[in-house]
Design a protein around this ligand. Structure first.
Ligand SMILES: [Fe+2]
Length: 537
């Protein structure tokens, strides 16, 4: 086993990527590879409120922050937007959501948006009942579900209220996902995490957009509004700067609007699916949490029968996606687990051969930051997902990139999932640069659970060569590739068995190089042993 460090291995990797076919997981476990941070690339600075990309560019009741999300099937999609401006102050008066209608006009040509769908509107508030703190109430948030769409088809649309002058948007367009079936796949699925809104975020998003994704998965930690006080003062580390001086963990909710405005060129034309991270918790009055996250995004919750914004599923061509909640009850007796059992039982692998999941906190990260933080979730859910032959898991949370070998219960397993963590989207918190297997870096097990998730489950210590230790003394076998650089990933599913995964570093934007690249290969004949699941193969 070798641990590669520094610039020479990076050069060799780039050379190999430029000259060779991507490696395949059929060749067995790979790595371990470690690429450390280039010193000048670790810091991230938020876009200020004076940046034109975050400022309100509409007037009156004209829509802004327009976004498209998928429903459970490619014949349906959500369009969301915001009208009116937010308010900040000691006393704020929520807008009446009924003031502005929620209408989408759509069709197959820009000059023929003749079909019409209507939906719902809501507002949310973020209230801090403490002297001197500013409260927030949102603009009117609209969600409209389009139904009866043709798969794999470009639709043009306008959204807003046609009864109010100047309250309809310009014409935008998006493409529906390919029809559900085993030989039908989107070209490119972008996967990002922990974006925030820094100048590094803009590099990530520009780079991602240049790869022209058909779909974006955002695996939690979105705006980082909770790195701010309600007076708009921000920091790179809330607990370091403010924790002892504030009565509650504050947020500056306009950062959400800035994020929605900055992202609109992407989200109005490319469907994006979001799942919650810890930065979406955002406690407020009455112990209320996740208000912005739940209100701002559309989710296929009813369509996938989860009835929750925190976990849901959807089909894209031959892929069944499951988004899970790391920050809601995941115990075997809870609603999420029962829903997951039902959802998995309904999946027909002859129709959607690929089973891909996403959630925020990784199970197989080897960085010191958040090491085994989600261990209780892993203990509760891994066996169920493994028994249904889950292929790929996407996570974020740890601010670096890491790809695992196929693994189950910390043990290399040719039928285990590939865990890919892309928490390197560019937010202003520090990049993860140290590993739990470095001398003196292994955390005390009792210190590892997340405060919000609670629980302590780190009883299953490392198996294999490092058995009995909470941390390995070298990069674990299950860790194939890890690198501390900002970036994003692109998944290209080619057919029922082969998918090409590419991870792109931000610094390679103009070189066209790929940071990490591998064919993820399914082996259904070997791995799907359950008779009902294997019947097709
Ligand atoms: Fe996180």
């Amino acid at each position: 086993m070798s641990i590669w460090r520094g610039s020479l291995p990076l050069f060799l990797l780039l050379l190999a990527a430029a000259t060779a076919e991507p490696a395949s997981m059929l060749e067995g476990p790979s790595g371990p590879v470690t690429v450390l941070l280039q010193e000048d690339r670790g810091h991230a600075v938020d876009l200020p409120d004076t940046d034109p990309r975050v400022q309100r560019r509409v007037t009156g009741w004209a829509p802004e922050q327009i976004a498209v999300a998928l429903s459970a099937a490619p014949t349906s999609a959500w369009v969301s937007w915001i009208t009116g401006d937010f308010q900040m102050g000691g006393a704020v008066k929520p807008l009446d959501p009924g003031t502005v209608g929620s209408v989408v006009r759509y069709g197959l040509a820009a000059d023929s948006v003749v079909r019409e769908a209507t939906g719902d509107a809501l507002v949310y508030s973020q209230l801090y009942p403490f002297e001197g703190l500013q409260n927030y109430t949102s603009g009117i948030i609209h969600h409209v579900r389009l139904q009866g769409l043709e798969p794999g088809t470009k639709y043009y649309y306008q959204c807003g209220d046609p009864a109010i002058p100047g309250a309809m948007s310009a014409v935008h367009a998006f493409r529906t996902m390919p029809a559900v079936g085993p030989r039908s796949y989107p070209g490119r699925i972008a996967v990002v995490g922990d974006l925030g809104l820094t100048y590094n975020t803009t590099s990530t998003v520009e780079h991602m957009a240049s790869n022209q994704p058909d779909l974006v998965l955002l695996v939690g930690d979105v705006s980082y509004a909770n790195l701010y006080l309600t007076n708009g003062t921000g920091t790179d580390c809330y607990s370091c700067s403010f924790a002892k001086s504030t009565p509650i963990h504050e947020t500056y909710q306009p950062r959400w609007d800035y994020w929605g405005r900055y992202m609109e060129p992407v989200t109005s034309s490319t469907p994006m699916m979001v799942v919650e991270g810890n930065h979406e918790i955002e406690q407020q009055i009455g112990n209320k949490t996740f208000a912005a996250y739940s209100a701002r995004f559309a989710f296929p919750s009813k369509e996938s029968e989860s009835f929750s914004p925190f976990y849901y599923s959807f089909d894209v061509g031959g892929i069944h996606f499951i988004m899970l909640a790391a920050y809601a009850n995941y115990s075997k007796s809870g609603d999420q687990y029962r829903w997951l059992e039902k959802d998995l039982a309904k999946v027909d692998r002859s129709v959607t051969p690929w089973l891909v999941a996403g959630w925020h906190a990784p199970w197989y990260s080897t960085y010191k930051a958040h090491y085994r933080e989600a261990e209780c979730m892993r203990v509760a859910m891994e066996e169920l997902l493994y028994s249904y032959g889950i292929d790929i898991v996407f996570t974020g949370h740890v601010h670096a990139y890491e790809r695992s070998n196929r693994v189950f219960n910390y043990t290399l397993d040719p039928c285990g999932a590939v865990h890919i963590s892309v928490g390197d989207g560019g937010n202003r918190e520090k990049m993860a640069t140290t590993h739990a297997d470095e001398p003196g870096r292994c955390p005390e097990p009792l210190s590892t659970p997340d405060d919000f998730m609670g629980g302590f489950c780190a009883f299953n210590f490392t198996s294999g060569p490092a058995a009995g230790s909470f941390c390995w003394d070298r990069q674990p076998d299950y860790s194939a590739y890890r690198e501390s650089s900002f970036g994003h990933g692109i998944l290209e599913v080619k057919n029922e068995t082969h998918a090409l995964w590419k991870w792109h570093r931000n610094q390679d934007l103009y070189q066209g190089a790929v940071g990490d690249e591998i064919y993820i290969v399914r082996e259904p004949g070997r791995c799907l042993l359950s008779s009902s699941i294997a019947a097709y193969f």
